[in-house]
Design a protein around this ligand. Structure first.
Ligand SMILES: Cc1ncc(COP(=O)(O)O)c(C=O)c1O
Length: 375
């Protein structure tokens, strides 16, 4: 059970120090240029990044905001959430998803996930009450939920969809990008995200002119183009500097995604057949799906011992959200029975998956896992 591969390596789960070193000179040049132009808030670099995001996703509006959490709160407000409105969301998500609903005056209702760790459409239908107003799929781990089924449920019950696509820039379902299905979609540019900046950042995207108009107001103190305050707003604009750094990386976004999909295929090739593991769907294995692998989240028998063994081999792993789904945080007061999510959180583990990870690293990690199970 404990024999390890001979080769010794250190593979952190995510190496913040190394994440941007390759682009250091380029980023310093961008920083210098912005200082010399005095271009800090709502300047041309933000507009350029918003334009490129809009063009990439094929949406009418992309609005840079301070972070995805604020983006979600503003999107809910813009969509007119009213006190008492129930919003169905998957409990396997960051607490930011339901927190955004609560901050916008709604009531978040957690539901179970399916075997791909995303919201289970069957669970949505069962949670609908007369107060349900919307569904918030979370496009987790760089994968899009089954939007056909979710859209059909929403249509049947007169609900709208708002996507937490914080982890899924570039993921597609039947050729359509995550974040572009509902009334609005929200992305995060936290440094460890597939497209990350040097701090916090996010974007709200939408094809709905009214939502866009309101989010633009809300992110800038409720002020319109003329500086007239027409609503209680926030201060949550994507910094011009962060937008410029994102725009520089965005030019190579296709390559960035390709690297992650290559790593995922390698994990699959190396680990398929190990009965102790449940792996995410392999890239290219499902028609109509294009996953971008923000994370490579597996389920593993004897998870905690595996994690310790990998750590002893120099391999960093992570359990999402500090090891608890949202409904498991007692302080939040949810009384939900979500057996698939509870099972998942006894077994889930994320393996290293980012630009700094090489195919050889994946081989070493896979070999270490095989050694742990004596396979
Ligand atoms: C699924 C999900 N939703 C929301 C957020 C919040 O994003 P941000 O940190 O940009 O506010 C995150 C960030 O980790 C996330 O993973």
């Amino acid at each position: 059970m404990t024999s390890r591969p001979n080769l010794s390596k250190t593979i952190p789960f995510f190496n913040y120090k190394g994440a941007f070193t390759e682009r250091e000179e380029e980023f310093v040049a961008i920083f210098r240029d912005l200082i010399r132009r005095g271009a800090f808030i709502q300047q041309s670099d933000l507009a350029a990044f918003e334009l490129h995001l809009r063009e990439y996703l094929g949406v009418k509006h992309a609005i840079g905001v301070g972070n995805a959490t604020d983006g979600l709160v503003m999107a809910w407000r813009a969509a007119g959430l009213a006190p008492g409105d129930e919003i169905i969301f998957p409990s396997h998500t960051m607490v930011a998803s339901p927190a955004s609903v609560a901050h916008a005056g709604g009531t978040p209702v957690p539901v179970d996930c399916g075997d791909d760790h995303l919201i289970d459409p069957n669970a949505i239908e069962a949670a609908i009450t007369p107060k349900t107003r919307a569904i918030m799929p979370v496009q987790l781990n760089g994968r899009t939920a089954d939007m056909d089924r979710i859209q059909a449920i929403a249509d049947r019950h007169g609900l709208f969809i708002l996507e937490d696509s914080a982890q899924a820039l570039g993921a597609k379902f039947k050729g359509k990008f995550a974040g572009t299905f509902g009334r609005a979609g929200v992305f995060s540019f936290y440094p460890a995200k597939i497209l990350g900046c040097l701090g916090d950042g996010g974007a709200v995207v939408t094809n709905d002119d009214e939502i866009a108009r309101r989010v633009l107001l809300l992110r800038d103190h409720g002020r319109n183009h003329d500086g007239e305050v027409v609503a209680w707003g926030f201060n949550s604009r994507l910094d011009n500097l962060q937008a410029a750094l994102l725009d520089a990386q965005f030019r190579e976004y296709g390559d960035i995604i390709a690297h992650r999909r290559m790593l995922a295929a390698r994990y699959q090739e190396n680990l398929a057949g190990l009965r102790q593991l449940h792996l995410p769907p392999a890239p290219g294995s499902e028609p109509g799906r294009f996953d971008v692998f923000q994370n490579y989240e597996i389920e593993a028998e004897n998870r905690d011992a595996l994690r310790e063994s990998l750590s002893a081999s120099g391999i960093g792993t992570l359990i999402q959200w500090g090891g608890k789904a949202v409904h498991q945080f007692a302080g939040l007061g949810f009384k939900a029975n979500l057996p698939r999510t509870d099972l998942l959180f006894r077994r889930c583990l994320m393996l290293p998956m980012n630009l700094m990870v090489s195919p050889e690293d994946v081989d070493y990690i896979s070999e270490s896992i095989r050694a742990f199970y004596g396979a």
